[in-house]
Write a protein that binds this ligand. Structure first.
Ligand code: KG4
Ligand code: ZN
Length: 365
């Protein structure tokens, strides 16, 4: 099956063509136009500018994806487009463009939840996972831990109560003058600092019903702790990122370590509780070198495989959206012409009983 994927939920205009069949999934093209340069000076994504830029770029990006894949519209078997969650103006650009192609060519089109798309970022470099799987999806907008008892069934077992992990990286980066996006630069500088220089305590989050400690995450307290540390130690914002000084390096290393500890603590507890057969790591923060190493170490301890995709697939891209579209297109689903973008689209949550492992079996994603 040849699928065109289109993604425009935040600040990347992306299109991809994948070829998927019983033998696996091949990425024929993966075009990503990043708007980082536009938003950098504002220290974060400006929704108005984002939608305007998507509008300017979408046609060229889709054309390039088809050309690189050497595919014409008529050869496509279907189109998969991000329907939500995301920024409404941005989502609408991709969704309407995809609908227009589907309408003009008569090809089927399916709407994809962006978070589910991230889960499918493992489709290109790994064999089908064994279920149940635990998927940690960590990005600029989301921090979710899903139990996946079988393909396309999700049980949300932990989520952030406040900031997303990537958002914490971006806010701390802005605070110390390292700009947007924060993740890559903090990751680079953290390698040069001492992660034990400052011990930031991890938030203890209680279950809402008072039944004990929750698996949920919270990063806003950590961000405030960094702010307090910066003030108390009179740390000035960085002016030369090539030589930020040891205080900043130690701060980056200690902050990043706290985020990684919090994420892996919950992943470890969930692994004990749900006994997954595979761990999946996805989303922009999955590029983080310390997180990748820590998740791999946990999986090694548990003697199960960790599927940690290459950075090009963990950050926003359209190949993952196309891959998530495959089972839906195969079933003959079709997005209604009047279906609009959904900024807070959720994945249907399977109940705990259904989420319990049933039998040892290999499924294709
Ligand atoms: O998945 P993504 O491209 O977009 C969203 O759906 O949000 O994730 C972007 C986020 C940003 O917050 C960025 O700072 C973070 O991923 N990020 C990283 C790294 N690379 C990107 N965070 C930590 N370490 C990295 N190496
Ligand atoms: Zn994303």
């Amino acid at each position: 099956m040849l699928i065109l994927g289109i993604e425009s939920s935040c600040d990347e205009t992306a299109a991809s063509v994948i070829k998927t069949d019983a033998d696996g999934t091949q990425v024929l093209s993966n075009v990503i136009y990043s708007q980082i340069a536009t938003h950098k000076k504002y220290g974060g994504v400006v929704p108005e500018l984002a939608s305007r830029e998507h509008l300017e770029k979408i046609a060229g990006v889709v054309d390039e994806a088809l050309k690189t894949a050497n595919i014409t519209h008529s050869e496509l078997d279907g189109i998969a487009v991000t329907q939500g969650p995301g920024l409404v103006g941005s989502l609408l650009v991709g969704l309407n463009f995809a609908k227009a192609i589907a309408f003009a060519t008569g090809k089927p089109i399916v709407g994809i939840n962006h978070i589910e798309g991230h889960v499918y970022s493992i489709a290109f470099e790994f064999p089908p996972p064994e279920y149940p799987a635990l998927a940690l999806v960590v990005s600029g907008g989301h921090t979710n831990l899903f139990l996946i008892p079988e393909p396309e069934k999700y049980k949300l077992v932990a989520r952030t109560r406040d900031d997303a992990a990537g958002e914490a990286f971006d806010k701390v980066s802005k605070l110390i003058g390292l700009g947007y996006p924060g993740g890559p630069v903090i990751d680079r500088l953290a390698k040069l600092g001492n992660k034990r220089a400052i011990i930031f305590p991890l938030a203890e989050i209680k279950e809402k019903d008072g039944s004990g400690l929750s698996l949920d995450f919270s990063f806003s307290g950590l961000k405030t702790a960094v702010l307090r540390y910066v003030r108390e130690h009179q740390i000035e914002p960085v002016t030369n990122p090539e030589n930020p000084g040891s205080q900043i390096l130690d701060l980056c290393a200690s902050f990043q370590n706290a985020v990684v500890r919090a994420l892996v603590r919950s992943l470890r507890k969930a692994s004990e509780r749900f006994q997954p057969r595979t761990i999946l790591l996805a989303g922009g923060v999955a590029c983080n070198s310390e997180l990748r190493a820590a998740v791999q170490k946990l999986a090694d301890e548990l003697k199960i495989p960790a599927y940690i995709p290459s950075p090009i697939y963990t950050t926003d891209n359209a190949a993952m959206i196309a891959a998530a579209g495959y089972p839906k297109l195969l079933r003959g689903e079709h997005l209604g012409w009047d279906t609009s973008a959904d900024v807070s689209l959720r994945l249907p949550n399977v109940d705990v009983e259904a989420a319990k492992p049933k039998q040892k079996q290999r499924y294709r994603l």
